[in-house]
Design a binder for this molecule. Structure first.
Ligand code: AP5
Length: 208
């Protein structure tokens, strides 16, 4: 299976992606995680660090290159879940071209939908365990006492609001793009995590 998870900041893409990838034994490929790793190792150019910190998108060619390299790796040959990529129509077109060169196809695009106020609450109270990568929430999924918690630099309320605005502007054309292909499944992302997993799984099973 080759899947895409689309959705605004805090919609639950990472949370659901980890569950689905563990069930289906496919890699979760998150451009956000890859960019944060590049930043942590000092390899991300300063202007891109600033772009992320302000809630904007990094240039298409940067993330397209990351995806090209990552999907060439051995563990991605029988499928993958793209989390947060593509975010623009040029990125989606580049992905189509890339897959065509390998005679591969996408199976389904899941769009998680959550109202804006809930997105802000979800993102600002998110904490991640540095050691395990596990995602927690101070209200909805409290971390265990021994977790080594990180608060993402872009999870300050003002930046979260900018990220939501960027998503609305930059990603607006992406859903109609995938709607036309017949691959898009819009899923209500409000409810218990387990209930949303059930909704996603039902959409994926139907697309197999
Ligand atoms: P990225 O890391 O992709 O961030 P994002 O898209 O803004 O998404 P988030 O990680 O904030 O949210 P999520 O949907 O994964 O939610 P989560 O599951 O963690 O991108 C970061 C930046 O990198 C971008 O701003 C951009 O600069 C750059 N970038 C990345 N990709 C790019 C691209 N393709 N092109 C250009 N630039 C790119 O959940 C959030 C919280 O809610 C957690 O605390 C979780 O525990 C909680 N939660 C989840 N589900 C539920 C639920 N059902 N009920 C209650 N709480 C829940």
């Amino acid at each position: 299976m080759r899947l895409i998870f689309v959705g605004p900041p805090g919609a639950g893409k990472g949370t659901q992606a980890k569950i689905i990838c563990a069930k289906w034994k496919i890699p979760q490929i998150s451009t956000g995680d890859m960019l944060r790793e590049a930043k942590a190792s000092g390899k991300l150019p300063q202007e891109l660090v600033q772009k992320m910190a302000s809630g904007g998108l990094v240039p298409d060619e940067v993330v397209i290159d990351l995806i090209r390299q990552r999907t060439e790796q051995a563990d991605a040959q029988s499928g993958f879940l793209l989390d947060g990529f593509p975010r623009t129509v040029p990125q989606a077109e580049a992905l189509d071209k890339l897959l065509a060169t390998r005679a591969e196809k996408l199976n389904v695009v899941v769009a998680l939908q959550v109202a804006k106020d809930l997105l802000v609450e979800r993102a600002t109270l998110r904490r991640t365990d540095k050691r395990t990568g596990q995602i927690y929430h101070l209200k909805y999924k409290p971390p265990p006492p021994d977790a080594e918690l990180e608060h993402r630099a872009d999870d300050q309320e003002e930046v979260v609001r900018n990220r939501i605005e960027t998503y609305e502007k930059m990603t607006a054309d992406l859903l109609p793009f995938y709607e036309k292909t017949g691959l898009l499944r819009r899923i209500d992302g409000v409810g218990e995590v387990e209930e949303i997993t059930r909704r996603v799984m039902a959409a994926l099973e139907a697309a197999k």
